[in-house]
Design a binder for this molecule. Structure first.
Ligand SMILES: Nc1ncnc2c1ncn2[C@@H]1O[C@H](COP(=O)(O)OP(=O)(O)OP(=O)(O)O)[C@@H](O)[C@H]1O
Length: 258
């Protein structure tokens, strides 16, 4: 069963086809990587799936239901969360507060309830704090709850972004270059986290990533974009050995991962 189906998706910016007629099926509980050279259209694809850009053509289906052209908040409510290529945390807010903000979109209580400390609101807030704590424990940041996000090392900030995305209980999580700027130890920990999350949080994951070791280790399926077109798709071993992919993106060095 496919959680996400992308059909003939196209985005034109003036005369530039940033994404051109891309098709992609993403099975439930799988990890799919989207790879390709800079400017290939990977982030534009994510921006269409999350409602940031309206596609010029094509369809996006979540669980068989069309979500094409919905606004970002409506897409989020359908169960799609993302992290960004450039980390977007509230730097001066604490680690805990960053996750609570992520959770806010699905809490029932309103401003009125919070100001007047209504019992229902208090209970909901306590439950939210407990849940946020568990998520931070899950990503290994429970020792840093009150630390301003900006003080965290780079790898920890990326984990915090993931915790914040998980706070909305998504079905589909899009990770845009989650390992960018990480050292090898941080990348290894991230690889384990992504792999475990998929089963433990009942998630389907699509990631854009340039770290080929990570991509080859955790992906069930890889799609390769070049100049907006999907030039290849398949299992890691197929992609690694695909001459067109090697020429367009991987280079001969990729064979070292074989
Ligand atoms: N808002 C926009 N307006 C005009 N052109 C855009 C816009 N967003 C992206 N593009 C162009 O679309 C093409 C694809 O960009 P995109 O950011 O999707 O590539 P990418 O594969 O994510 O690259 P990278 O690996 O560098 O992040 C590029 O030529 C880019 O300049």
């Amino acid at each position: 069963m496919n959680l996400l189906e992308i059909k003939g998706l196209t985005k034109n910016f003036g005369g530039l086809a940033a994404v051109s007629n891309v098709n992609l099926n993403v099975p439930k509980n799988s990890i799919t990587a989207v790879i390709g050279p800079n400017g290939a259209g990977k982030t534009t694809l994510f921006n269409m799936v999350t409602g940031v850009y309206k596609p010029s053509a094509g369809d996006i289906l979540l669980n068989g239901e069309p979500i094409t052209g919905l606004k970002p908040h409506a897409v989020a409510r359908k169960g799609i969360a993302r992290t960004f290529q450039n980390i977007r945390l509230f730097g001066s807010l604490s680690v805990m507060e960053n996750v609570l903000i992520g959770m806010h979109s699905r809490l029932k209580s309103n401003f009125f309830g919070a100001v007047f400390q209504l019992p229902g609101t208090r209970r909901e807030e306590e439950a939210a704090q407990m849940e946020a704590f568990e998520l931070l424990q899950y990503v290994g940041l429970d020792g840093l709850l009150n630390e301003p996000a900006t003080n965290l090392p780079y790898g920890a900030q990326r984990r915090l972004e993931i915790a914040r995305a998980l706070a909305v209980k998504p079905k589909l999580l899009l990770l845009d270059e989650p390992a960018a700027g990480m050292n090898p130890k941080e990348t290894k920990e991230l690889t384990d986290l992504i792999r475990n999350m998929c089963g433990e949080k009942d998630l389907t994951i699509i990631l854009i990533e340039h770290d080929m070791k990570l991509v080859m280790e955790i992906s069930n399926h890889i799609a390769v974009l070049d100049h907006g077109e999907n030039i290849a798709e398949g299992k890691p071993v197929e992609i690694r050995n695909n001459p067109r992919v090697i020429e367009a993106y991987l280079g001969k060095g990729a064979l070292a991962y074989a």
